[in-house]
Design a protein around this ligand. Structure first.
Ligand SMILES: [Zn+2]
Ligand SMILES: [Zn+2]
Length: 255
């Protein structure tokens, strides 16, 4: 298969590599769409060298969608048959530690222990900038037939945005400010609206902020003065010193 192979910081080639074959709890998928995460750029630059990736050569990529072409024995038992449309996520926890067992597998206590079943695809486990990728069935999710692959490739990203918004405990009718007008900031705005926010202000700049406006969000340009003061002006917000604690629940950011 063809894959983008990183050989050193800033150095990569697209070349033929052996296609991976699935273990019993894994699926081999044809990658049909993949997004470029901000983390991918840093991985390629070598910002996390020694951790993400642990070693070269390495195939990055973790925000993808595609279809199953081959399934291991356990994967088949769970209904992952050739043709199943899926979206991938980067984390696959060990499944047994305390964090995995309360559903917080992204904080698996056995992080990095491939011998105990942990994986983080495109970070330290080989990823999906390739024609095919092999992942555990814990890290792929079935997608509806009507969902286009390019939209499905953003499931991993959108899940992080949704998690951020849920942590802000937004109630119907709330006003929300999303700091950042990139992919994540826009997804945070969309998730806030989906959870009932009446007004969503996106703080950002340039073409990305124009995009936020085109998507129907109120916009605050951080090049045009103090964005906090502007948000406060638009929302009748209180000054930070006198702000009661509870109002912090009414805003959320990409973190
Ligand atoms: Zn990502
Ligand atoms: Zn675990």
């Amino acid at each position: 298969m063809l894959a983008l192979v990183l050989t050193a910081p800033h150095e990569f080639v697209v070349k033929e590599v052996p296609s991976p074959s699935p273990r019993p709890n894994e699926v081999l998928c044809r990658v049909r769409a993949i997004a470029i995460c901000g983390t991918d750029v840093e991985i390629i630059e070598g910002s996390f060298k020694g951790r993400w990736p642990k070693a070269y050569p390495f195939i990055p990529g973790h925000e993808w969608s595609g279809e199953v072409v081959e399934a291991g024995e356990i994967a088949r038992e769970f209904g992952f048959v050739p043709g199943t449309r899926v979206a991938g996520t980067s984390h696959s926890g060990c499944g047994y530690c305390r964090m995995c067992r309360i559903g917080r597998y992204n904080l698996c206590l056995n992080y990095g222990r491939e011998d105990l079943g942990h994986r983080q695809y495109g970070h330290y486990t080989q990823g999906a900038y390739a024609e095919f990728v092999t992942q555990t069935i814990k890290s792929v999710f079935r997608i509806p037939d009507a969902m286009p692959f390019d939209v499905a490739a953003l499931c991993d990203t959108a899940s992080i945005a949704l998690h951020s918004v849920k942590r802000a405990h937004i109630d119907p009718g709330d006003t929300v400010a999303s700091v950042g007008s990139g992919g994540m900031g826009l997804l945070v705005g969309m998730c806030a609206k989906a959870l009932g926010a009446a007004r969503v202000l996106v703080v950002g700049g340039g073409k990305r902020l124009e995009r936020a406006g085109a998507l129907g969000f109120e916009t605050v340009d951080y090049h045009g003065g103090d964005p906090v003061a502007r948000v406060r002006e638009l929302t009748g917000g209180l000054a930070p010193r006198s702000r009661p604690r509870s109002t912090s629940r009414r805003s959320c950011s990409r973190r």
